[in-house]
Design a protein around this ligand. Structure first.
Ligand code: AHR
Length: 500
């Protein structure tokens, strides 16, 4: 058995956890909307056609914001197609499917209310520009007495939809994007759109597109150039990152959250460098609005496109997640918590069927994938103040890193003075005895040790076997005078909940 040490103190504060880091994403892609959240005629559908079983699982996850309607999809999308009676079917050039527009802005706003979540609405800065950006904010948020606000009222919504968070396009640095731009072109159009949008509604917050991955050749220079153009009119920079394990290298795969951490730190440095250059008083924070594991479904998608290009609601990006994916998702959540001072928004991409924690079968049931569980635990117990843990852990080396700690951890002080410690063990073989120094918090007791573990890293949940990888009670340990000793099994996600 290995040993590791964690010291926590209520004064070692990283920052408040913004509840919006527990966000997710629904794109008009695959079966996310049609067959996912919406399936009229399904036995669990409500009067509007929304699946109540899916809504229940979304509410269980405590999803704070949902980014919508894309993704790559949004860069060719005309929002006017999605409101009113005339809903044209359109070719979607992002995913080579046909979009019926049966679910549009009003329906999604209704769904978001039912799901107890807020909308983070992305505008099209690919094929469109500042004029349409202005119009959609007027449509959604202006009380009335103008062309687009009156159109909203005529379409049945007397009260403004009051959307507070807006994305200025999607992944505009990527050549795959409709209307792809250089950093300078994007910075200019983002700035001009931002000005108009905020003139219509000064209460909104805006997210500018950062890099679509830390692997992009333009990463760094993209952020510097575009921020130089739009710094004073935007509020957040976006980051997107997906990881995979195509070479079946579990130790290397589990270390990928270290790359996520470096990505965040680099973007923070760039934001602050531009702040310095501009002598600005304003701080730009981060919106990590696409993060997940994504690689399992790539070959399957190529086959689907060969067979069924332009079909509606094709089963695209339906990754089936295994146990090691849940461990990396846990470490990615830990990374977000450890950067809570600057990451204020984050979206697990995505929510239903498309690289998602929740899966459905058309006409059938719905179930939780492995990655559902770390998100559920972090969203439920990871609210309050993020604490800086001092960690002394054994390390291992892998292809990309020399010293990967086997113990990956984040701690949150709840507003009820409880302390929750999230721990991923990356050790393949040995359990670890964790010494936790909690003396600064007084006489805490271990309330619960929640454990997610499976002996097979490739184990998955399916509709027939939804409980293969599910949380159980962990081995726990002892707590004496503020010092705890907890046994953390090899390869595991752990939630240690301490309270008086
Ligand atoms: O989430 C799937 C896709 O990944 C999104 O549409 C795009 O923004 C990213 O490349």
């Amino acid at each position: 058995m290995k040993n590791a040490k964690i010291i926590l103190d209520k004064d070692y504060i990283i920052g408040r956890v913004d509840p919006r880091i527990y966000g997710s994403f629904i794109e008009h892609l695959g079966r996310a909307v049609y067959g996912g959240i919406y399936e009229p005629g399904h036995p669990m559908a409500d009067a509007q056609g929304f699946r109540r079983d899916v809504l229940q699982m979304v509410r269980k996850l405590g999803v704070s914001v949902v980014r919508y309607p894309g993704g790559n999809f949004v860069s060719g999308f005309n929002w006017e197609d999605s409101v009113g009676r005339n809903r044209p079917s359109r070719l979607d050039l992002a995913w080579f499917t046909t979009e019926s527009n049966a679910v549009g802005l009003h329906e999604f706003a209704d769904w978001a209310k039912k799901a107890d979540t807020e909308i983070m609405y992305a505008i099209n800065l690919g094929t469109r520009g500042p004029e349409n950006a202005r119009d959609i904010v007027e449509y959604a948020n202006h009380p009335g007495g103008s062309k687009f606000s009156d159109m909203r009222i005529a379409n049945g919504a007397k009260d403004p939809l009051n959307i507070k968070l807006w994305c200025l396009g999607n992944e505009m640095d990527g050549p795959w994007q409709m209307g792809h731009k250089t950093a300078l072109e994007y910075g200019r159009i983002a700035n001009e759109s931002a000005k108009l949008m905020k003139w219509v509604d000064p209460s909104i917050e805006l997210v500018a597109c950062g890099s679509s991955s830390s692997d992009m050749p333009t990463f760094g220079s993209w952020e510097l150039t575009m921020l130089d153009e739009c710094y004073e009119n935007i509020d957040y920079v976006s980051l997107h990152r997906y990881y995979g394990n195509p070479t079946n290298d579990t130790p290397g795969f589990l270390a990928r959250s270290m790359d996520m951490d470096e990505f965040i730190r680099t973007v923070v440095s760039i934001c602050d460098a531009v702040k310095g250059k501009k002598h600005s008083k304003k701080q730009i924070n981060l919106s990590f609005d696409e993060w997940n594991v994504w690689y399992h479904s790539r070959e399957q998608d190529e086959e689907i496109w060969k067979r069924e290009k332009w079909g509606p609601a094709l089963p695209l990006l339906e990754d089936v997640y295994n146990f090691e994916d849940a461990l990396l998702a846990g470490s990615m959540l830990i990374t977000l918590l450890r950067n809570a001072d600057r990451v204020k928004i984050a979206c697990l991409a995505q929510l239903v069927n498309v690289i998602a924690p929740i899966m459905t079968r058309n006409g059938g049931g719905c179930w939780a994938q492995t990655i559902f569980w770390p998100f559920y635990h972090a969203s439920k117990y990871g609210r309050g103040t993020s604490l800086k843990a001092l960690v002394d852990s054994p390390v291992y080396s892998c292809a990309d890193y020399d010293a990967v700690p086997i113990i990956d951890t984040a701690a949150v002080l709840g507003d009820d003075n409880s302390v929750t410690v999230f721990v991923v063990s990356r050790d393949l073989k040995e359990d670890c005895l964790l010494d936790l120094d909690l003396r600064a918090f007084g006489d805490l007791k271990l309330q619960e040790h929640i454990l997610l573990h499976h002996d097979d890293v490739k184990a998955v949940n399916t509709e027939e076997h939804p409980d293969t990888v599910v949380p159980a009670m962990g081995p726990g340990g002892t707590v004496d005078g503020g010092k705890a000793q907890i046994r953390v099994p090899a390869l595991s996600w752990n939630v240690l909940r301490f309270a008086r």
